[in-house]
Design a protein around this ligand. Sequence first.
Ligand code: GLY
Ligand code: MN
Ligand code: MN
Length: 423
Amino acid sequence: MRMMGHDAIAIIPASTIKMRNRDVEFDYRQDSDFMYLTGFHEPESVVVLVPGREQAQFILFCRERDMEMETWNGRRAGQKGAREVYGADDAFPIGDIDEILPGILEQRERVFYTMGVNAEFDHRVIGWVNRIREKGRGGAHTPHEFIALEHVLHELRLFKSGVEINYMKKAAKAAIAGHRRAMQSCRPGMYEYQVEAELLYEFSKAGCETAYPSIVGGGENGCILHYTDNNSVLNDGDLLLIDAGAEYHGYASDITRTFPVNGEFSEPQLELYNLVLAAQLAAIDAVQPGNHWNDPHEAAVKVLTKGMVKLGILKGRPAQLIKDGEYRRFYMHRTGHWLGLDVHDVGDYKIEEQWRLFEPGMVLTVEPGLYIPSKSKGVPKRYWDTGIRIEDDVRVTRNGNEVLTQALIKEADDIEQWMSAAQ
Ligand code: GLY
Ligand code: MN
Ligand code: MN
């Protein structure tokens, strides 16, 4: 509210309910901005912030208590709960918003509201403003400026508080348990979805949901970056790439590990794996306050390109190959993204065209990979059908960084040992 200034109002609607089939809804997930500001996870609600207003600065419109509806569909906080549990200064039934909100809007100059996300709600906001405009001839004041809320709010969300980091650690812990279990349960002949089930078991057991659809891809499927079919059989001799993260109180973890289906890396697999691991460690080292957003990516690209030349996958001078972007044939994505309430979290990567500097409290992923599909021209055949990515979640600290997912093994020896210890 301090960043918005007086004379302003922010209006943030909750996520809409989406139907999965006929009269059955998808699991409800609160809008991340709404969640960040309120912790309130019910649908059909609107949060309104009115800085400096005397009566109430934080107003929550939400569903009324209704014994019959609650018997069918679950508990509601109601207006009393909104005030007492969620700390709203005032709360009103959502059905009264058309009566109440225009009166608050009328006294404000600037409206922080993000147009274009929820078309139906956009129309309602425009309707409220038009009503005031019509009244304007009678002396009412129409707000004259609409501003996207993101610039203010997403800058706040980029820096995680202690409470947020604790949630992210819980999300990380559940994901780590899932990956560990998946490694030990994997056998040649299983289907990818059967290994996925082992992940989901640990997520649920920890009170978490999935932060995004899990990627469980054996062999060449590991080369499909957003593979989520997860319906192929796992072959002896292939690698398995798992990219899966849990979500706790809305906060995501995002982890990738790649391991041999049969528990032992072949020689060519080990060469590629150790190269990706070296790139990842170099990239994590580059996550330091004062370094900029692209430093980890540059570190990873350097290690990967040099390594690919050494293994005969690329031919030429590494510096030139990097300049020409030749590495992109086998490493086509970036090395990470901000992480938080959204898996690909909010926050600018550049400020005035310059890569942003790392500062304490930011959390990002570090996730280099190599993807060598079958029949890759000019690449020794022994490397074909191999997709490898290693991904961890990293917090920028005052003096360096903390890997939130450090407890999950990633050295090849450790993985083989862990897998062989399975019953
Ligand atoms: N799981 C999505 C990502 O790694 O970006
Ligand atoms: Mn990621
Ligand atoms: Mn991921």
